[in-house]
Design a protein. Structure first.
Length: 116
């Protein structure tokens, strides 16, 4: 079964750090571009960060300089290092895999709650 499973969410104080992990299984994701999205209560899902197969990264302006996306192809895993978190970072974070210019597989998500 091809799937993405996130972990690492939880409760963190404002200004703190958290690292999310997304493990892909069922096939190799070496050629996929991978990304993180988030959805806060009452809001639409928004893009957070993405990383391409060769390592190029892109970030939403709201997280640039605070979050870092990385991948370990040997482990089929993508990470999101979140530093200096803010209350507005509270959301369900989901990872996604893409091929051919579109996202085609989504994880279930992990809750991140930032207390102020």
């Amino acid at each position: 079964q091809v799937q993405l499973v996130e972990s690492g969410g939880g409760l963190v104080q404002a200004g703190g750090s958290l690292r999310l992990s997304c493990v892909a299984s069922g096939r190799t994701f070496r050629s996929d571009f991978m990304g993180w999205f988030r959805q806060a209560p009452g809001k639409e899902r928004e893009f957070v960060a993405s990383i391409f197969a060769r390592g190029s990264t892109y970030y939403a302006d709201s997280v640039k300089g605070r979050f870092t996306i990385s991948r370990d192809n040997a482990k089929n895993t993508v990470y999101l290092q979140m530093n200096n978190v803010k209350a507005e970072d509270t959301a369900v974070y989901s990872c996604a895999a893409g091929l051919g210019g579109s996202w085609h597989l989504w994880g279930q998500g992990t809750q991140v709650t930032v207390s102020s």
